[in-house]
Design a binder for this molecule. Structure first.
Ligand SMILES: NC(=O)C1=CN([C@@H]2O[C@H](COP(=O)(O)OP(=O)(O)OC[C@H]3O[C@@H](n4cnc5c(N)ncnc54)[C@H](OP(=O)(O)O)[C@@H]3O)[C@@H](O)[C@H]2O)C=CC1
Ligand SMILES: CC(C)(CO)C(=O)C(=O)O
Length: 324
């Protein structure tokens, strides 16, 4: 018999509540889609300019086609003010996970669930230290959003959430139904860790290369040497995945990576946006994690090591008080 999360209360017509932990670009886009679908949302957000605007004036979402929408929902900077929720979605950057993970359990109703949709690897390991496995779900996202000003988020493309429970004995249906009801495109997967590795392989071959070159994703397709470098980084990421016992489908994933480059040709990747805004990047959770996974098995990944080190240098140069 599969363990059910508390989200089955959905079927009893009780109002369900989602908490978004880290209501930045993606968290705000999701909050907007949920509110449009009539689902209750609250955000746990750290204090700062974005928090102030969300709290005082609400969220402004600029749709891809130019429409401007306003949303108002409860935004808190402390756990004690939050109501216990049925589903908590983690959308802080990976390096913030150790700060939020110990606070999560009180945010949940007794049988609620937690879903991480963050990029990078290592988040699940941290969450597992603080949350029972049966409550944990993980996945990746192809939606896009970025912040244009505090409280103002631009939608950069609809996409899909691929997710699944980390404990195979847990029924994913209630969370799946809830996310669908929340206006999001969702697909269930058997092995969420594979999905996280697929996403990290794509991030590892695009993000640091484009961030270091300070260009748009599409430029990679115009420079043969850049594409060759991406291929080496991609192959190294797949090698690291094998070191963790995960064999990714090289051919179909490479085709998907090319599709991502074409579809996001005009985009500046998140890592570049972070560098340009003087913010920390997810370098550690992407290239850094890949290097560590391989290192544990005595495998060296020379190209990944070079771009990882250059990204550290770029962060050191761009970020005040960066700890090397
Ligand atoms: N944006 C996108 O298109 C996509 C993003 N992702 C992934 O989703 C995750 C979130 O990305 P994104 O939304 O772009 O990032 P953002 O930086 O825009 O959002 C993260 C938010 O978390 C807040 N925050 C930071 N620390 C804490 C904390 N301790 N407690 C509460 N809130 C906190 C930040 O506050 P503050 O505003 O003060 O900085 C910020 O608003 C990342 O892992 C990213 O890689 C995946 C696919 C697409
Ligand atoms: C897929 C990609 C590389 C698109 O830019 C991305 O996820 C990012 O910018 O972080």
């Amino acid at each position: 018999m599969l363990y059910k999360t508390g989200i089955q209360t959905l079927k009893r017509g009780v109002n369900l509540l989602i908490t978004i932990v880290g209501c930045g670009a993606l968290g705000s886009l999701f909050a907007a889609r949920m509110l449009e679908s009539g689902v209750d949302v609250q955000a746990l957000q750290r204090p700062g300019a974005h928090y102030e605007v969300l709290k005082e004036k609400g969220l402004t979402l600029l749709e891809l086609e130019g429409e401007e929408k306003s949303f108002s929902f409860p935004v808190y900077d402390d756990i004690d003010s939050c109501a216990p929720s049925d589903l908590v979605i983690i959308l802080v950057k990976a390096f913030q996970t150790p700060h939020v993970a110990p606070k999560l359990l009180p945010l949940l109703k007794e049988d609620g669930a937690i879903l991480t949709l963050q990029n990078g690897l290592g988040n699940v390991e941290v969450l597992k230290e603080h949350v029972p496995l049966k409550k944990l779900f993980a996945g990746s996202v192809t939606y896009g959003a970025y912040r244009v000003a505090p409280g103002v988020v631009k939608a950069a493309g609809e996409g899909k959430i691929k997710f699944g429970p980390l404990d195979k004995m847990v029924s994913p249906e209630p969370v799946m139904d809830f996310l669908k009801q929340s206006g999001l495109n969702v697909e269930l997967v058997d092995d969420p860790m594979r999905v996280l590795w697929e996403k990290v392989a794509i991030n590892a071959m695009i993000n640091p290369v484009v961030a270091l070159a300070r260009c748009n994703n599409g430029k990679i397709l115009e420079v043969r040497e850049a594409l060759e470098l991406c291929r080496v980084l991609f192959d190294e990421a797949l090698e690291a995945a094998r070191c963790e016992g995960i064999t990714l489908d090289e051919e179909s994933l490479w085709s998907f990576a090319m599709e991502v480059l074409e579809k996001t040709a005009a985009n500046r990747p998140s890592m570049l946006q972070d560098l340009e805004s003087g913010r920390r990047t997810e370098n550690e959770a992407i290239s850094g994690y890949i290097l560590k996974a391989a290192e544990k098995k005595g495998v060296e990944l020379p190209a990944t090591k070079v771009v990882y080190s250059l990204m550290k240098l770029a962060e050191h140069a761009a970020i005040k008080d960066y700890v090397v």
